[in-house]
Design a protein around this ligand. Structure first.
Ligand code: TMP
Length: 255
């Protein structure tokens, strides 16, 4: 494997320099964090599973016309993606009450919303990713109005599509978080691309029959069985990552 320079080392992924100036490599780690990294564990194989699940979902989204940063899966832990300027807003789309909204608004977990709800959070770990509204985004110029409308529209389309896809394999898509980035062409114009990853790390997935949680809440709530649940999601999607030693695919790191 060629030596690669780290551009950014995140909680669950490391971003390496790509083979061309307009690409980067996303390396999926086994680190699991919660409560803004107050809680941390290594779950062997999580990165391999998330790489496969995200690879599959990003390809499906590309096929239905959602522009994504995804180019191709390189190996068990790495994806080649387009280099984008990340918009510092996390978009959360919710179908069912769970997680932070339950506490914040005193809702009952499991209540189904009459229509999907979009929330915006500032992507800033130091502040614990606070909830923000559209006016904050426009006022502080984190995105333009056109970009905001486009991202919200993509969020709802992604939700429609993924809800159906997960329903087909016996899972409820409770909520998910997505991020977008600007991809600049040579003439200096930019287009929005769906970035980051889509995996059980940033979705809530419940089994339709039993309501069993099949996502990172198993780690957040210390319920156990996270790797088995992610494996089950991958199996139901028809993705079986190669049965190798999951921890063997380590990059050669140059800082
Ligand atoms: P929340 O209920 O904790 O606000 O999370 C909503 C969804 O967003 C849930 O599927 C988990 C995901 N999420 C992330 O992927 N990263 C984060 O930093 C947070 C806070 C949530």
């Amino acid at each position: 494997m060629s030596k690669k320079k780290i551009l950014y080392d995140g909680k669950a992924k490391t971003i390496f320099e790509g083979p061309t100036l307009d690409t980067v490599i996303q390396y999926f780690k086994d680190d699991a964090t919660a409560n803004n990294a107050e809680k941390h564990s290594i779950i062997n194989g999580k990165g391999v599973l998330n790489n496969s699940i995200s690879d599959y979902l990003m390809q499906k989204l590309n096929e239905i016309g959602i522009p994504t940063h995804y180019i191709k899966k390189l190996n068990m832990r790495e994806q080649l993606v387009r280099k984008v300027e990340i918009i510092p807003v996390e978009f959360v789309v919710r179908n069912i009450a769970a997680g932070s909204i339950v506490k914040r608004l005193g809702l009952k977990e499991g209540n189904v919303f009459s229509r999907p709800l979009i929330e915006h959070y500032l992507k800033k770990d130091e502040l614990g990713d606070p909830l923000i509204n559209e006016d904050h985004i426009l006022n502080f110029q984190w995105s333009t109005r056109n970009e905001l409308e486009e991202m919200q529209e993509y969020g709802l389309r992604i939700n429609d599509f993924l809800r159906g896809l997960f329903f087909g394999i016996g899972l409820k898509l409770v909520d998910f978080k997505i991020e977008f980035g600007r991809y600049y062409s040579e003439d200096g114009n930019s287009i929005l691309l769906l970035a980051d990853e889509i995996s059980p790390d940033n979705c809530r997935l419940w089994d339709i029959k039993t309501n069993k949680k099949m996502d990172k809440d198993l780690f957040r709530q210390e319920l156990g069985g996270l790797k088995e649940a992610y494996q089950e999601v991958a199996n139901r999607l028809g993705i079986i990552p190669e049965k190798k030693n999951y921890s063997s695919a380590k990059p050669e790191i140059v800082k």
